[in-house]
Design a protein around this ligand. Structure first.
Ligand SMILES: Cc1ncc(C[n+]2csc(CCOP(=O)(O)OP(=O)(O)O)c2C)c(N)n1
Length: 376
């Protein structure tokens, strides 16, 4: 199936707004949205609930339903505005969801996708959202039927979801761009690890940042028990780090975040500043993109995380633009009190042979907790 065909069909249905958070299963669709020549407005939103919000606003202003795309991991973020605002028992606001299905039962996937994948269809049933599942065998005629069903549902003020299996969309014109930053994320992460004292507690964000830290830590130290990888729950790494920091004032806690993840639940920043944990250091690796799932821009490229953190009340907030500055992180953590935020601009891209954690998530949790208790 071609994303370009689907997008022009959506436009014919009267959909003139598409909003969402990118997903690897929908990579070709997301590329198609970026390169689409039609008239639809497109927003990459900070989280999936915000996309539902934009869809509601667009409908209120035009009477035309909007389209919201997401990975199934993001359903949770969308549930609140969907159930308590868009649902037919409240305002009855139609919208079309396009949802990438990670963790489809019977298809091997990472631990963070297994349960979410199992309950994806059930969640839409519970939310009273009619849906169809499509895959690489879905023909254009079958897709036309799905869209007819969707259109009818939307016309009744209800929502409809198209759940998309892996490999559904064909490769078309790829979307590519560069952000102009010279430093490479994996090298920066290796440098950070080398600069920090070995007993630093690290909480890392969702996606390739955690995978690269895992590999770099194994290569440099032969282990990674001091790193808690926030493999799911995107955007919550900093609050996890805060939770640890408050209970363990004797340890230095470093959260290694992504820009997309930091945007997703940005309320954490003023909250962390208000708690003022002296042992908390927040590093935001900023490539202006959701690189892990196909490098779509976040849509907030203008944002300065150091500026936001300073305004939120962090004790110190800086941008580190050179490897020399990155190499100083360890001494800063040793000598300065937090909360500190360090923003590091990096380029796009990652190694194609980047691995994934070899242990189970539970094993990693146990090793991390043992490390925190000084048992390892
Ligand atoms: C709630 C939720 N929405 C979407 C995803 C899919 N996802 C995984 S990693 C990622 C991008 C993370 O971007 P960023 O934090 O900027 O880090 P980068 O990949 O650029 O290093 C996305 C969108 C997810 N895991 N959870």
């Amino acid at each position: 199936m071609k994303a370009s065909r689907l997008l022009s069909q959506l436009e014919h249905m009267g959909i003139d707004t598409i909003a969402g958070v990118p997903d690897s299963t929908l990579k070709q669709f997301c590329d198609g949205v970026q390169t689409y020549q039609g008239k639809m407005s497109h927003y990459v939103t900070a989280n999936e609930g915000a996309a539902v919000g934009a869809a509601i606003g667009s409908y209120l202003a035009t009477g035309r339903p909007a389209c919201v795309y997401m990975q199934n991991s993001g359903i949770g973020n969308a549930v609140n505005p969907l159930a308590s605002l868009a649902n037919g028992d409240v305002y009855g606001i139609p919208m079309l969801f396009i949802v990438g299905w990670r963790g489809e039962p019977g298809v091997k996937d990472e631990p963070q996708h297994v349960f979410q994948g199992k309950i994806t269809c059930q969640l839409f049933e519970t939310l009273a959202v009619a849906y169809s599942v499509i895959d690489s065998d879905t023909t254009d005629e079958q897709m036309d039927d799905v869209l007819r069903k969707a259109e009818e549902t939307l016309s009744q003020g209800e929502q409809f979801a198209i759940i998309v299996k892996k490999g559904t969309f064909e490769k078309e014109e790829p979307f590519s761009w560069a952000n102009g930053n010279p430093m490479v994320r994996e090298e920066v992460l290796g440098q950070i690890l080398q600069s920090l004292p070995r007993d630093t507690v690290i909480v890392s964000t969702t996606g390739k940042i955690s995978r690269e830290l895992y590999e770099q830590s194994d290569a440099i130290y032969g282990g990674h028990e001091n790193i808690f990888m926030t493999v799911g729950g995107m955007g919550h790494a900093s609050m996890i780090a805060l939770g640890i920091a408050e209970k363990r004032p004797d340890k230095k806690i470093v959260c290694i975040d992504g820009d997309g993840a930091a945007l997703m639940h940005m309320g954490a920043l003023p909250f962390i500043a208000s708690r003022a944990p002296k042992n908390f250091y927040h590093i935001v690796i900023n490539n202006m993109a959701h690189e892990s799932v196909g490098a779509m821009p976040t849509g907030c490229q203008q944002a300065s995380f150091a500026g936001i953190a300073a305004a939120a009340g962090y004790r110190r907030a800086n941008t580190l633009e050179s490897p020399e500055a990155v190499g100083q992180i360890g001494s800063l953590v040793k000598t300065e009190e937090g909360p500190v935020l360090l923003e590091i601009p990096v380029s796009l891209g990652a190694r194609s042979d980047l691995g994934r954690p070899k242990e189970s998530a539970r094993e990693n949790k146990e090793h991390f907790m043992a490390f925190l208790e000084n048992r390892s």
